[in-house]
Write a protein that binds this ligand. Sequence first.
Ligand code: SF4
Length: 412
Amino acid sequence: MPIPFPNGLVDVDNRRMTDLGLEPTRSPLALLLLGTDADPDSERGVECPGDLPPVSDPGLVARARAAKDRLGDRVFILGHHYQRDEVIAFADVTGDSFKLAQQAAAHPEAEYIVFCGVHFMAESADILTSADQQVVLPDMAAGCSMADMAQIAQVEECWRVLEAAGVAERTVPITYMNSTAAIKAFTGRNGGAVCTSSNARRSLEWAFSQGEKILFLPDQHLGRNTAVLDLGLDLADCVVYNPNLPGGGLTVEQLQSARMILWRGHCSVHARFTAQAVAEVRERVPGVQVIVHPECTHEVVSCADAVGSTEAIIATIAAADPGTSWAVGTELNLVKRLAQDNPDKQIVFLDHAVCFCATMNRIDLPHLVWALESLADGTLVNQITVDPDTTHWARVALDRMLALPGAAARQD
Ligand code: SF4
C-alpha cells in the first residue's frame, strides 16, 4: 500500500514522484512490532537444523580436527580476517572475501567449501566455483547488515526513480563486494561492475568513462570517501538515496546535478568509529599513527593518517618500523590478531566503544564442528546456492571489475 509523502518532498519542477508514475512502497526492511508477526525472510537460519555441540564441550578442538581429517582434500576451509581465533585456527587460507572466493575457485578438488565468513561472501564463492563444488556457511544467520541494507526490490525501485528523473541511461551502477548476489547481478545487467575497497578508485574512474553519474551501492561511506579523496570530487557532488523515502528523499534536480548517488547503507562496525576517538587516541598514545578502513565515515577518514582495505592495513602494519604505534579502526578480531602478530609495535584498537562484528562472530567452534561432522557423515548442511541467472549476471559484474587495469582486488 502506498505510503504518504512526507511534507515538503516536492521536486523543483513541483512534480512529486507519483506524478512521475511511481508508486512508492513501504520498505521491505520495515521492522515488525515486537511479537506481532513473523518475517521468514529476515529470520532465515536462526534455527540450526541439527544437534549443535555445546560451547562448553572441552572436546570441540579435537572434534573439529578429527572431522577435518576425515574429510581430507574433500573440504577446503576459508577464514575471513574478522573471524575468531578459534575458527581461524582451522582455516586452510585466510583473507578478505574476494581473495577467499578466488581461493575457493583455485581448489577444484575440494568438494566442499566451508566459508567461515558471512552470507554474501559464501554467495560470491558459489558464483566463482564450479557447479560440482558445494559452498557451506556454518551458521545461516551469519549475514551482513550492510549487504542487507540494499534489497533488490528497493534497488529496482531506485532505478525506476532514476529513469523517471531522466538520468538512468547516464548512470553506471557500481556495487561494493559487500552486497547480495542479486545486487551484483542487477549491476551486471545494467552495465555496471563490482568493486572492492582497494580497487574502488579504478572502478569509479572506469564508471565515469562509461557515463556521467554513478549509483554506488550499498556503502555510502566507501563511495563518498573514494569520490572525494581519490577522485577529487566535491562533497556537494554526492547525494544520498534513502530507500525508505519516496524517490529516495531526493528531488529531480538533485538527481540530475549529482555525480555520485550514494545508497544509504553503512557497515555497523566501521561507521561507529568517531573523530572524537581519533582525537582521544592521539592524546593517549604519543606519536600514534591512525589507520582506518574506508567504510568509516568521511569525517573519521579525513582525520586519520592512513586509510586502507583490510589487506592494506595488515601490510602497512607488517611493514612499519619496530617501536611505532598504531591505532587501528577496523574489526576487533583482526586488530587483536595484528597486536599478536606484531609484538615489536604498539597496536591499539581505535575506539573501545565499538564491538566485534556480531554477524561475523556467529561462526563459532560449535557451528564449525557441526558443519564438518555433518559433511564427514555424508550430510550436506547449510548449503549456499545462487541461481544460474543471478550467477551469470553477477559474474558479468565481477568480470568487468577483473578486467580493470591492475585490478588486484582486495576488500573488506
Ligand atoms: S564488518 Fe561490516 S561489512 Fe563486514 S560483515 Fe560485518 S557488518 Fe558486514
